[in-house]
Design a protein. Sequence first.
Length: 61
Amino acid sequence: TLESLKALEQKLPDNFTRIHRSYIVNRNEVKSLYGNMVEIADQKLNIGSTYKESAIKELFD
């Protein structure tokens, strides 16, 4: 895509959270957290170390 994820992230509603340099997820779709991974629709996605603290806080607040 021509638009960076950072620019896209700023345009998305508040229920979207950056969890990795390659992933932005809808918090309403996160089923569970396994260590450094989240499960969404039977897919497990890594949470990047840069985003881990803020992602976990946003996912569970």
